[in-house]
Ligand binder design. Structure first.
Ligand code: DLL
Length: 433
């Protein structure tokens, strides 16, 4: 079901009109109310009146994560503090948290965009949504919660963790839709198996997974192990949390809620705006937020945009599922590699589990070295040295031929890699220590 046909099936002309009007309002708002943006706009030698249509967005300078940190905690709030009704934050992998302050209107936008997201996975009032995203400052739990409330579905606000209990609740409450990180869904599958619970006997039919990179192959694995259809959902704290973009049943790219969040793709080195179809860094402008509106925020996420006639009937622009992040990108002896590319190689090798960790270090010769710890499937694990050595070599050859890097592969016994309840930590970079 299409939750908000007016927004999700708008003609391009209507969408552009709405975006232009919203942009004018939001630029005026931040110019008048946020000193940080007032300075930025003045420095760029433009005035709010210079912004007449959405195309004029290119006149506005970018906002970066560093600037968000510099204004921590409330420097970007555009509303009166009394109008702020909720705060969320991401710890960020690199330190100072990023704060998102929501007004009543922002929570309304969030509820609507998450209702759209869950509807894309088939959610209706009749569904029981087991929400295993963490509740708290992290946006995953509350985002799904507000969307499910808007739809009127039954919400099971179980949050992340307590994995055995998740399985019994799923069975006893008859959960039909699961929301969590993709890595946690596989942990749930593993735990259910240990408990002797078969997913084909449960009512679960769909899942919305996101908050961390995952591959199409991993999707296939999740769909098979949990006996569901798995949808990719995307968002980030700075912009609103989850609800920025999501996959419909076509599962060919994520529809962006472009009436709320205007996307652009830029060349990360030059800042040049790239045309649809070209891969680069994703940039968002929040067109309607009033708590912490952001202009041209550089996400560091890498993807491309495309507009196509989608079989689901939605017209809004799509983004390809994420390739990774700029700052996730590992440069190993000059070769650029994203963890997701390593995952794609591993997952295709028989005998391995989609649990792995990448360890980067610097050798005696000061060159980068990469170790990949890969977990071996229980049914494949063996004391036979030869069999394990063959597997190790197979992985190392595949990584070399597909990605052009020499990695040291270490096989780890079943369950040897630490499971995560939220975002999985795939890369340990010892080079900075
Ligand atoms: O992870 C919001 C969220 C919650 C999204 C629940 C989806 C589901 P942050 O903690 O601020 O917010 O992290 C945002 O996570 O810039 C991406 O790099 C990454 N990310 C989010 N969704 C996906 C996804 C939430 N579907 C950062 N695929 C983003 C790949 C994702 N990476």
């Amino acid at each position: 079901m299409i939750w908000n046909p007016g927004a999700e099936q708008a003609s391009l002309k209507d969408m552009r009109y709405h975006q232009s009007e919203s942009l004018k309002r939001i630029v005026e708002l931040v110019y008048n109310r946020v000193p940080f943006y007032n300075n930025k706009i003045n420095k760029a030698n433009i005035k709010p009146e210079d912004i007449e249509t959405i195309e004029d967005i290119q006149k506005i300078p970018f906002t970066t994560k560093i600037e968000l940190r510099d204004t921590y905690p409330y420097g970007l709030v555009a509303a009166n503090m009394e109008e702020i009704i909720e705060l969320h934050a991401s710890s960020g992998t690199t330190g100072t948290p990023i704060v998102d302050a929501y007004t009543e209107k922002d929570i309304d936008i969030w509820s609507d965009s998450m209702a759209r997201t869950l509807s894309m996975a088939g959610a209706t009032r009749k569904d029981v949504i087991q929400n295993a995203f963490g509740y708290g400052l992290f946006t995953g739990g509350f985002g799904v919660h507000y969307g499910a409330r808007r739809i009127g579905a039954h919400i099971v606000p179980i949050s992340a963790g307590n994995t055995q209990r998740q399985i019994s609740v799923m069975r006893d409450f008859g959960a039909t839709i699961l929301t969590c990180t993709p890595s946690y869904s596989l942990y749930l599958a593993e735990t259910a198996k240990e408990m002797g619970i078969d997913f084909s006997k449960l009512k679960l039919k769909a899942g919305c997974f996101g908050a961390e990179p995952w591959s199409n192959d991993m999707r296939a694995e999740i769909e098979e192990k949990l006996n569901i259809t798995a949808h990719d959902i995307y968002g980030l704290t700075e912009i609103i949390g989850p609800g920025v973009a999501a996959e419909c049943e076509a599962k060919n790219g994520l529809h962006i809620n472009e009436d709320y969040f205007f996307p652009e793709i830029i060349n990360p080195d030059t800042g040049e705006v790239l045309p649809e179809g070209e891969k680069g860094e994703l940039v968002f402008t929040t067109l309607t937020r009033t708590g912490t509106p952001l202009l041209r925020y550089r996400t560091r996420d890498i993807t491309y945009l495309f507009r196509e006639k989608c079989s689901c009937g939605r017209t809004n622009i799509k983004m390809h599922r994420l390739y990774g992040r700029n700052d996730d990108m590992m440069i190993i002896r000059g070769v650029n590699v994203f963890p997701s590319q390593i995952e794609e190689v591993l997952i295709q090798i028989e005998g391995t589990e989609p649990h792995y960790q990448i360890i980067l270090s610097r050798g005696e010769n000061h060159l980068d070295e990469i170790d990949i710890e890969v977990e071996v499937m229980e049914s494949f694990f063996s004391d036979e040295t030869r069999k394990m050595e063959d597997l190790r070599k197979k992985i190392s050859d595949a990584v070399k031929s597909r990605l052009g890097i020499n990695a040291r592969i270490k096989l780890v016994e079943p369950k040897g890699i630490v499971r995560s309840e939220g975002k999985a930590k795939r890369v340990v970079d010892k080079r900075k220590i």
